[in-house]
Design a protein around this ligand. Sequence first.
Ligand SMILES: NC(=O)c1ccc[n+]([C@@H]2O[C@H](COP(=O)([O-])OP(=O)(O)OC[C@H]3O[C@@H](n4cnc5c(N)ncnc54)[C@H](O)[C@@H]3O)[C@@H](O)[C@H]2O)c1
Length: 326
Amino acid sequence: MSGRAMNENKPSDILERYSKVAIIGAGVIGASWTAVFLAHGLTVVVNDPRDDVEAVVDGYIRKATPTLKALGLPTQDLTRKLRFEANLDSAVSDVDLVQENGPERVEFKQDLWARIEQHVSLHALLLSSSSAKTATEQSLKMKNPGRLLIGHPFNPPHLIPLVEIVPGEQTEPGAVADAVAFYTAVGKVPRVLRKEIQGFVANRLQRAIFRECCHLVLEGVVTVDELDDIVTSSIGLRWAADGPFRSFHLGGGPGGFVSFFRQFAPGMEAAWKSQAAVTLDAKSQQTIIDQAQASFAATPPEKLEGERDAKQLAILKALASVKANG
Ligand SMILES: NC(=O)c1ccc[n+]([C@@H]2O[C@H](COP(=O)([O-])OP(=O)(O)OC[C@H]3O[C@@H](n4cnc5c(N)ncnc54)[C@H](O)[C@@H]3O)[C@@H](O)[C@H]2O)c1
């Protein structure tokens, strides 16, 4: 990378280059991104056809403000640079970056990008929050998809660090570098995937583990409550500190990962092969839903969200202080 390009990607420079952002779709994810971008001093234009969009976004920002504050971000006058624009063409006509968070339907995203590219500046970064639809499939109706790529957050984006960056077949390398620099500058931990795959990485992992969670509950081995408790007391804590591979390195004793893997790989492979299919028919779904409802449906979601944010913030802060102390 040239010296000039590196300078261009300094946090202050990148936020200057991408200072005006359009949020397309302001539901759970779009509203949270709006809060992140405003807290970093960016101008945000929100486009969403729902009648109550202003109330929804204002309410979300108010709810997220204590978390943003706890993350050390300025929260005074947060909505000063926020505006709402119902017309898509106008919403994107004067922005440097589009963060798309609309419905998870590929035809919707294909039509949207084909329309957006007719009105947005050539230099604009086009980022989709999609959890599963690749940039290549989203771009099929575009003439020039070089600036389109996935910027997939983990809910809620204003708190969870990871953003999976997944370029499409025609994404320019410069767009990938800018996306990495941009998300880093707004406090995220961007990770670029080396190839496109449905569902990306973090959700594929969640899905694989959740399969076993459903299996264990349906088999009556544990209840929903007991399973959640087992996870937060073991692998949840372990994986917040070290990933699965490094954790197993430490589980291998003096021989480390090599010893662990040689010893356990055959057994794991056999166990994977013998795993029965998990059926989530109406009856199985109801079994799980009944237990889940009994466990947490009586508590208002806002209370659960507040508790989640407080716990996750505490973990992030503790990890940062361990890192700072070497
Ligand atoms: N919810 C999650 O945990 C999560 C996490 C990461 C990524 N995502 C992805 O983010 C995207 C949005 O998911 P969500 O959970 O926020 O959904 P959501 O249903 O909460 O929000 C979608 C929003 O899009 C709006 N919308 C509908 N049609 C539109 C249009 N024509 N133009 C602009 N806006 C329109 C809706 O009014 C709604 O507010 C999806 O692609 C999803 O895969 C979701």
